[in-house]
Design a protein around this ligand. Structure first.
Ligand code: NCD
Length: 329
C-alpha cells in the first residue's frame, strides 16, 4: 500500500481504513483454520458496521447490487440458509435458493457438475453446505465463483465460528485470556472445530468437555484441553458453548441414554449456580431442550442464543461483502 502524507486526523483514519481493507485478499471462505488473526479482526470490524444496517427502518444497502448469490444446501438447514439469504438480500444481491431435493442431484449429478451448471448462469458467490468434509474446498477448485462454506461434514462451519466469537466479543470486549468450554458432541461437530481455530488464534484457552466416546483423542492437536467432567471445569469458564447432540451422524450409541447425557453434560439451573455470575451460555441451534440445555437456562438471562442468530446475519453480510472483493474497491 502506498502511504500518503497527511497530518490531519481524517487522513490518518482513512489510511488506517485502507490498511484494514487490504488485509482481506481472499476470494473464498472455506474454514477458520486458514484465517489469520488480522483477517478474523477484519471480519468482525466489517460485521460491526453491517450490524447497524439492521437497526435502520430501511434495512438495505446497495453493496452487492448486480451480484448473484446461490444457496446450495445438500443438508437440512433453517437458520444458516435463511441467514445467508437475508444477508445477501440486505446487501441488494439477487439470491437463488437451489432446492436440492428437487434438483438433478437426486438423478445422480455430482456436486461439481451441479455447481458448474449453476455457475453458467452467471453466479458470483456459491454458499454450500454438504455432508462430506472437504466439499467446499473441492468446489472452490472447480468453479470460478467465490465459495463460502456453510458447513462441510464434521469439518468446519466458519460463519458459525465467526458469529459465536463475535457474540463473545460483544459481551466481553476481548477474546484474549478467556476460558471457553465447548461441551458435547465434539466428534461430529464442525461448529466445535471452527470455534477452536478462531478462539485459539485470538488467544482464548479452550477446553472441550463431553463423554469420552464423543471426544476424539486427536482434538488435543488443536491446542485444547480435554475434560470428561463438566462440574470440574465449569467454575473457571467465561463462556460455555453447548453443542447439539448430532444424532443423525451417530452410527452407534455413544452414550447410554439421553437422560444420562443431560445429567452429566446438560446445562441446568443447578449447574448455573456453580458457574461464574457473568458466564455466557451459547448454543449454535437447533437446541434439544432438556438435553444439552434446560428451558430455564436457554431462556435465562445468561443465554445469548438469540443474539447469536442476530449476529449471524451481520457476520454473513460481512463475509459475502469481503469475498466479493467489494471491500477492496
Ligand atoms: C449447526 C450445523 O448445522 O452444523 N447448526 C447451524 O448451523 N445452525 C449445528 C448443528 O446442527 O448442531
Amino acid at each position: 500500500m502506498r502511504r500518503t502524507r497527511s497530518s490531519s486526523c481524517e487522513g490518518k483514519e482513512r489510511m488506517e481504513e485502507q490498511e484494514e481493507r487490504l488485509v482481506w485478499g481472499r476470494k473464498h471462505l472455506l474454514g477458520l483454520e486458514e484465517l489469520s488473526r488480522d483477517e478474523l479482526e477484519v471480519v468482525f470490524r466489517t460485521a460491526e458496521s453491517f450490524k447497524e444496517v439492521s437497526t435502520r427502518s430501511i434495512k438495505k444497502v446497495p453493496a452487492l447490487r448486480g451480484k448473484v448469490v446461490v444457496n446450495l444446501f445438500y443438508e437440512p438447514s433453517t437458520r444458516t440458509k435463511t441467514s445467508f439469504a437475508l444477508a445477501a438480500t440486505r446487501l441488494s444481491a439477487d439470491v437463488l435458493d437451489f432446492a436440492i431435493e428437487a434438483s438433478s442431484a437426486v438423478k445422480g449429478e455430482t456436486l461439481s457438475d451441479t455447481a458448474r451448471n449453476i455457475e453458467a448462469m452467471g453466479v458470483d458467490i456459491v454458499v454450500v453446505r454438504h455432508s462430506a468434509a472437504g466439499a467446499a474446498v473441492r468446489l472452490a477448485q472447480t468453479i470460478e465463483a467465490s465459495v463460502i462454506n456453510a458447513g462441510d461434514g464434521a469439518h468446519e462451519h466458519p460463519t458459525q465460528g465467526l458469529l459465536d466469537i463475535f457474540t463473545i466479543l460483544q459481551h466481553k470486549g476481548k477474546i484474549d485470556g478467556l476460558k471457553v468450554a465447548i461441551v458435547g458432541d465434539v466428534a461430529h461437530s464442525r461448529v466445535a472445530r471452527s470455534n477452536i481455530w478462531g478462539l485459539k488464534k485470538l488467544g482464548a484457552s479452550v477446553v472441550v468437555v463431553g463423554p469420552s466416546t464423543l471426544i476424539p483423542s486427536s482434538i488435543t492437536e488443536l491446542g485444547v484441553e480435554v475434560s470428561y467432567d463438566l462440574d470440574a471445569v465449569l467454575p473457571q469458564c467465561d463462556v460455555v458453548n453447548l453443542l447439539r447432540v448430532q444424532k443423525e451422524r451417530h452410527l452407534v450409541g455413544y452414550f447410554p441414554s439421553t437422560r444420562e447425557y443431560a445429567r452429566l453434560f446438560g446445562m441446568n439451573s443447578g449447574r448455573m449456580k456453580q458457574a461464574k455470575p457473568d458466564v455466557l451460555i451459547m448454543h449454535p441451534g437447533p437446541v434439544n431442550r432438556g438435553v444439552e440445555i434446560t428451558p430455564e437456562v436457554v431462556d435465562g438471562d445468561r443465554s445469548v442464543v438469540l443474539e447469536q442468530v442476530s449476529n449471524g446475519l451481520a457476520i454473513r453480510m460481512a463475509v459475502l461483502f469481503l469475498v466479493s472483493g467489494k471491500g477492496n474497491e
